[in-house]
Ligand binder design. Structure first.
Ligand code: GLC
Length: 561
């Protein structure tokens, strides 16, 4: 690698694997590490026939009763036997590294499972040496918790433990007690855990709920505000995003910096995008990447995505780097969420969303199955696994619908498992699967491959600056990426109808917007624009700037060198 080359987490594409649902090698119906090894060629075999991703992020694989998809840890340093052995993990690391694929582990540092031996000890008596490893407080009265904080899932964030009569704090579900990060022994143990996996050779961590580590020392109540659900009725001033959590992020960065080439990315669960920036510090002293939930939760409006991107572009420090995603194991899948009820537009919208994700300035994270257009599955209640789904039913907050097994083939079991899958397959596997889409040049899968390839071959898309193109019709989101004298313009027509973009092409796509919002033509406005990738035109075609029109949902990526 050339010294000036950007690090992999800057220029690469990250692919999230929900381990239980990706590929099952031992036939027990649940995905496992050997199953992932079997599919590495699909992810990146170094040729254009594979997806071409640069890193995988695995949902938690350490010891856990799996009551919350592994985000309920009972042992931080062993591999969960449901997924394999430590030898399997080492083999996976070696196989990935041989292909140039990095491996990111999920680390849930905020809480453990209530089955973790630490918690069992901690709850056993008030004077147990591990008592202070968790957050215990006396209630205001017999059944009145210490304060009004709520858990992310509806009820109080405090649960009374009859054994000692005190309450313990859990930001999430009652079986996920929060660790007490104010206790230096807890901090040391968690940092040692991070080192344990870095020593093994993992390339980084996805840090679960990283802005939740600390709560206000004085347990001050949050003020009320209007909201859609009980958790949203409070302004979370005191139970999350405390300065001590951002300080810990710096310590973790310092720790990771001792291992060259590793990266930290954080789940920042918040409605305040500023918290995301706080986790990035000055771009060199905190997280490498922070999830930008604000972008992932937009609806189908060009303007909303544009605003979300512009906010981040305007506020992110120059040395920090954005990171975008549209899907993960907690969100409804975009293939369903962004289309209309009848779904006729699901395919073109999915192609547009993919093009946006893979051409913006920032590291894109894909979620398994997104590339073949897996929908949000509708499961009968008796087949729910997710504790959130079970608890909030019939409200549609369950997450199982985005976690159904990967659809590899149209055969029985969808090529996922020879056994009974742990969650039912979505019926769409008969038509939406890797094998069939791989054979169809117009499929979503081939579109993702082409986009990822274009991105990796085009410095402007990988590393270039970002600038919104002003003056487009309101349902067109368009921007220029520029690096090393190369300009690439991306036009995304969010409407199902023809839209005229000739005007902004004529004015010069490279239209600069100054501080007053005025635009002026680009110096290179006379140069020819050629198609790099489009849902309509062939690559290499010259775009007639006087007649440029976008078809409904058209994606047009053009280059000028
Ligand atoms: C994170 C995870 C989610 C999990 C929660 C509690 O938000 O993404 O899946 O349930 O933390 O650990």
């Amino acid at each position: 690698m050339h010294v000036a080359d950007p690090p992999w987490w800057h220029s690469g594409v990250i692919y999230q694997i929900a381990v239980s649902s990706f590929s099952d090698a031992n036939g027990d119906g649940r995905g496992d590490l050997r199953g992932i090894i079997d599919k590495l060629d699909y992810l990146n075999d170094g040729t254009p026939a594979s997806l071409g991703v640069d890193a995988i992020w695995l949902t938690p694989i350490t010891g856990s009763p799996l009551r919350d998809f592994g985000y309920d840890v009972s042992d931080y340093r062993s591999i969960n036997p449901r997924f394999g052995t430590m030898a399997d993990f080492e083999a996976l690391l070696a196989e990935c590294h041989a292909r140039g694929i990095r491996v990111i582990m999920d680390l849930a540092l905020n809480h453990t499972s209530d089955e973790h031996p630490w918690f069992l000890e901690s709850r056993s008596s008030r004077d147990n040496p591990r008592r202070d490893w968790y957050v215990w407080r006396d209630g205001k009265a017999f059944r009145r918790p210490p304060n009004r904080w709520r858990a992310v899932i509806e009820s109080s964030a405090w649960t009374r433990d009859p054994r000692t009569g005190q309450f313990y704090y859990h930001a999430f579900l009652p079986f996920q007690p929060d660790l007490n990060w104010r206790n230096p022994a807890v901090r040391d143990e968690m940092f040692a855990t991070a080192r344990f996996w870095l020593d093994k050779g993992v390339d980084g961590f996805r840090l679960d709920l990283i802005n939740f580590l600390y709560e206000d020392e004085h347990l001050r109540n949050n003020p009320y505000q209007p909201g859609w659900h009980p958790y949203g009725w409070q302004r979370h001033l005191y139970d999350r995003s405390q300065p001590e959590s951002f300080e810990t992020v710096r310590t973790l960065r310092h720790l990771a910096d001792a291992y060259p080439g590793r990266a930290l990315m954080g789940e920042v669960y918040t409605d305040r995008p500023e918290d995301c920036l706080a986790c990035l510090g000055d771009g060199t002293d905190a997280l490498h990447l922070a999830f930008y939930l604000n972008f992932a939760t937009r609806w189908w409006h060009a303007r909303d995505y544009r605003r979300s991107v512009e906010w981040l572009e305007a506020h992110i420090p120059p040395s920090a780097w954005p990171c975008y995603y549209l899907n993960n194991h907690d969100l409804p899948r975009t293939y369903s969420r962004l289309s209309r009820r009848k779904r006729r537009d699901a395919e073109p919208r999915a192609k547009l969303a993919a093009a946006m994700l893979l051409t913006l300035r920032g590291t894109p994270i894909l979620y398994y199955g997104e590339e073949i257009g897996m929908p949000t599955s509708h499961l009968p209640r008796r087949q729910f696994d997710d504790p959130v789904g079970k608890r909030l039913w019939p409200l549609p907050f369950g997450r199982d619908g985005s976690r159904t097994p990967m659809q590899w083939t149209a055969e029985e079991g969808a090529g996922f498992s020879d056994g009974e899958p742990w969650l039912p397959l979505d019926a769409s596997y008969a038509v939406r699967n890797v094998a069939d889409e791989g054979d169809d040049p117009h499929s979503l899968l081939i579109w993702y491959r082409r986009l990822i390839r274009l991105r990796s071959e085009t410095p402007a898309l990988r590393e270039g600056s970002y600038r919104t193109i002003a003056g487009t019709p309101k349902d067109v989101f368009a921007y220029v990426r520029e690096a090393e004298g190369q300009q690439v313009a991306v036009f995304l027509n969010f409407s199902g109808r023809v839209r005229d973009v000739g005007r902004c092409l004529r004015a010069g796509v490279g239209t600069h917007q100054n501080a007053e919002g005025n635009t002026g033509p680009d110096a290179d406005a006379d140069r020819v624009w050629r198609v790099l990738l489009s849902t309509r035109h062939a690559a290499g075609e010259e775009i007639d700037r006087d007649a440029a029109q976008l078809d409904g949902y058209e994606v047009l990526i053009v280059g000028q060198a």
